[in-house]
Design a protein around this ligand. Structure first.
Ligand code: ADP
Ligand code: MG
Length: 305
């Protein structure tokens, strides 16, 4: 079994290694996600001062895989460990803003204005959230125009990186919630980031998209942002009772080795509930399995930073 990958996280043997011609369907008695969690996760050290931030893009061109849920709950969990967090809603759907109880269509200024209008500063757009230690750059449907308008700009891929540069010193983590596409907005997020977290739904079809995403990450690395690394792959919507989930998870670990976080996010209705409540699971259901999982992920992310 392969347990390591290059810095970009390209799976050994190329994307086809994810799809052996004849996948072996043998029942496993041990839940691979449980078996993998041998190591104790280190308890994060308290910080004496803050910044400069590590910028992490949550990226997957497939929708509904847990990008926004991870941005909100990883952000909240990092803040519980005393980290200062800026969440960037970089999806015109505005789901990240809505998930934190903010009505995105009622906003006068959003990330769109920050990117496109000279004279608009980050302080004009930034909001405090109800989660202590977590700030937000909100977005709404206006941002979809940026995708088109940026095309004619000079250094169009660096617009977000430029906008974030002045506040890196204030935060420990900046998490960018990407839209489900590999268009110019996502390329901006990858150009602004140090690392990429790929939330991956434990479904066969999810694996196909990852090869394309890894290609895009490599292109951005080569042409725009040589420091970009694959921070990790996060298995989401995991159901250890189904052979399907187990098989997909094992396949992902075979292909990506240590790049796969040992924390796995189980499928639970508590997450849709938190979306309605407009708050993170860490406060909505503080002792739930989901809240604990995102705290474990925060421990891993801090340890990898
Ligand atoms: P994305 O941002 O990738 O489109 P979301 O985070 O918005 O995905 O998640 C899509 C839907 O799935 C949302 O309704 C969310 O509440 C729900 N969801 C996210 N994570 C889980 C999970 N682990 N278990 C069950 N539902 C989840
Ligand atoms: Mg989303």
């Amino acid at each position: 079994m392969t347990t390591s990958t290059g810095s970009s996280g390209r799976p050994r043997g190329g994307p086809d290694a994810l799809f052996p011609a004849d996948p072996v369907q043998r029942p496993k008695s041990v839940d691979p996600a449980v078996a993998r969690r041998r190591r104790e996760l280190p308890e994060p050290k308290a910080l004496k001062r803050h910044g400069p931030a590590r910028v992490i893009a949550l990226c997957n061109q497939k929708g509904g895989v847990g990008k926004t849920t991870t941005a909100i709950n990883l952000g909240a969990a990092l803040a519980e460990f005393g980290r200062r967090v800026l969440l960037v809603d970089f999806d015109p759907q505005g789901a990240l803003s809505a998930g934190l109880g903010i009505q995105p269509h009622q906003l006068d200024r959003t990330t769109y204005n920050l990117l496109m209008e000279r004279g608009v500063t980050l302080d004009d757009v930034r909001l405090k959230t109800n989660v202590p230690g977590v700030d937000l750059l909100p977005s709404n449907i206006d941002l979809s125009a940026a995708e088109i308008q940026l095309v004619t700009e000079v250094a169009r891929e660096q617009a977000l990186a430029r906008a974030l540069a002045p506040v890196r010193a204030e935060y420990d983590f900046v998490l960018i919630d990407c839209q489900p596409s590999l268009g110019l907005l996502t390329v901006n997020a990858l150009t602004a980031a140090h690392g990429v977290i790929i939330p991956l739904e434990c479904e066969y079809f999810s694996l196909r998209g990852v090869a394309l995403l890894v290609d895009t990450i490599e292109k951005v690395q080569q042409r725009l942002n040589p420091d970009l690394v694959l921070e990790g792959i996060l298995a989401t919507m995991y159901d250890g009772r189904t052979l399907h989930s187990r098989e997909v998870f094992s396949r992902v670990v075979e292909a990506f080795g240590d790049k796969v976080f040992s924390t796995v996010i189980a499928r639970t209705v508590r997450f849709p509930e938190t979306t309605v409540a407009g708050e993170p699971i860490t406060s909505w259901a503080s002792s739930s399995t989901g809240a604990r999982a995102y705290r474990d992920l925060a421990r891993e992310v801090i340890a990898r930073a």
